[in-house]
Design a protein around this ligand. Structure first.
Ligand code: PMP
Length: 307
C-alpha cells in the first residue's frame, strides 16, 4: 500500500511521524471517534468527489459530542483538511479515508485536548463481487445503554474485533451480530440487509446499529427511486437469516458486499443475488456520478465549495 502522507493537526506528515503519546487517553482507553469515507475520481471532471461529506461531518460532530470531546473544528476546517490531504498526496484515483479525532490528555476523564488526523488509503472493493460466508456470532452487539454504538467511537470496535476473530477461527469470513434482544443487528463494520419474499429488509436504527450513511442512501434513494423497491425497516429474527433469498452488507468502505451463506445455509441459489447485484450497480453509479441524481451528495475536493 502506498505510503501516503497523513494530515495531522494542520500539517502533512510522513506516516512514521504521525504518532500519539503513550499516556494519552487515545492510546490507553481508545478515546477516539472516527469516520470512514470514500472519494471517487471522476476523469471527465478531473475531480475527486467525496460522497456524503456533510453527513459524515455531522455524525463526526455527534460522535465527539456524545463522547464528550472538546471540539475545536468547524465543518469548513474539516473540509479544508480533506482537501489538503487529497491534493497534497496528488491523489487522482478512488480513495478511502479515515478521519480520526482523539484525546491527548491522560486519564479516563480527559475530554481534550482533541487532535485530528486524516489517513488516506487505497481500498478496492471488499470482495470484488464475491459472496461472503457469514455466521451468527456468539458475541452480542453492545447495547445503547452501555456504549453509544449508533456513533463511531473506536472503542466500540473491540466488540467487532472479537466477533471477527471468532468467525475466522471457526472458518467463516465474517460475523453477523444479534443485539441483546436477540434480533439481528449488523456486521462488524457494515449494515445488514436481506431480501426475503420479494422485500428488501434491514433492521431499524433502534436495533443497536451504527446510524449508517450508506443505509440511508439505499433507503432514501437507491432502492425506491432507482430500483422502484421500498426498504422495510423492522426487526429481523435469526431464522429469517437462514431462509433469506439474498443478503448483503453495506457501508462507505464495504459499498455493497454480498453474503451468500449464513451458518453454512446457502441463501437462495447460493450465488450472489440478482437484487443485490442491481443495488450494487445503482449504488456505484450514484457515488461515481455516472447517475447524476443527488449531486448535492458529491462534494468536489479539488475545487473549493461551501459546505
Ligand atoms: N456499521 C458499522 C459497525 C460500521 O463500522 C460501518 C462503517 N462505518 C457501518 C455500519 C456502515 O456505515 P456507513 O454507511 O456510514 O459507512
Amino acid at each position: 500500500m502506498a505510503d501516503y502522507k497523513i494530515w495531522m493537526n494542520g500539517r502533512l506528515v510522513p506516516q512514521a511521524e504521525a504518532v500519539l503519546p503513550v499516556n494519552s487517553a487515545a492510546v490507553f482507553y481508545a478515546t477516539n471517534v472516527f469516520e470512514g469515507l470514500r472519494a471517487y475520481w471522476n476523469p471527465q471532471d478531473e475531480e475527486l468527489y467525496a460522497f456524503r461529506l456533510a453527513e459524515h461531518f455531522q455524525r463526526f460532530r455527534e460522535s465527539m459530542k456524545m463522547m464528550r470531546f472538546t471540539v475545536p473544528y468547524g465543518d469548513m476546517d474539516l473540509y479544508e483538511a480533506v482537501r489538503t490531504v487529497l491534493s497534497g498526496n496528488q491523489l487522482r484515483e478512488d480513495v478511502h479515508m479515515h478521519m480520526v479525532a482523539y484525546v491527548t490528555g491522560p486519564g479516563l476523564d480527559a475530554t481534550g485536548p482533541t487532535g485530528l488526523y486524516i489517513n488516506p488509503r487505497l481500498r478496492g472493493r471488499v470482495t470484488e463481487g464475491k459472496g461472503l460466508a457469514a455466521c451468527v456470532s456468539s458475541w452480542r452487539r453492545t447495547n445503547d445503554n452501555a456504549i453509544p454504538i449508533r456513533l463511531k467511537s473506536g472503542s466500540n470496535y473491540q466488540n467487532g474485533r472479537l466477533a471477527t476473530l471468532q468467525a475466522k477461527a471457526d472458518g467463516y469470513d465474517t460475523p453477523i451480530f444479534l443485539n441483546q434482544r436477540g434480533t439481528v443487528a449488523e456486521g462488524s463494520g457494515a449494515t445488514f440487509f436481506m431480501v426475503r419474499r420479494g422485500r428488501i429488509v434491514t433492521p431499524t436504527t433502534a436495533s443497536d446499529i451504527l446510524e449508517s450513511i450508506t443505509r440511508t442512501t439505499l433507503i432514501e434513494e437507491v432502492c425506491p427511486n432507482i430500483l422502484g423497491m421500498d426498504v422495510v425497516e423492522r426487526d429481523i429474527d435469526r431464522t429469517e437469516l437462514y431462509t433469506a433469498d439474498e443478503a448483503f452488507f453495506c457501508g462507505s468502505g464495504y459499498e455493497i458486499t454480498p453474503i451468500t451463506s449464513i451458518d453454512r445455509f446457502p441463501l437462495g441459489s447460493g450465488e450472489v443475488g440478482s437484487i443485490t447485484k442491481r443495488i450494487s450497480t445503482a449504488y456505484l453509479n450514484l457515488v461515481r456520478a455516472v447517475d447524476s441524481r443527488r449531486s448535492e451528495w458529491r462534494t468536489p475536493t479539488y475545487r473549493r465549495v461551501a459546505v
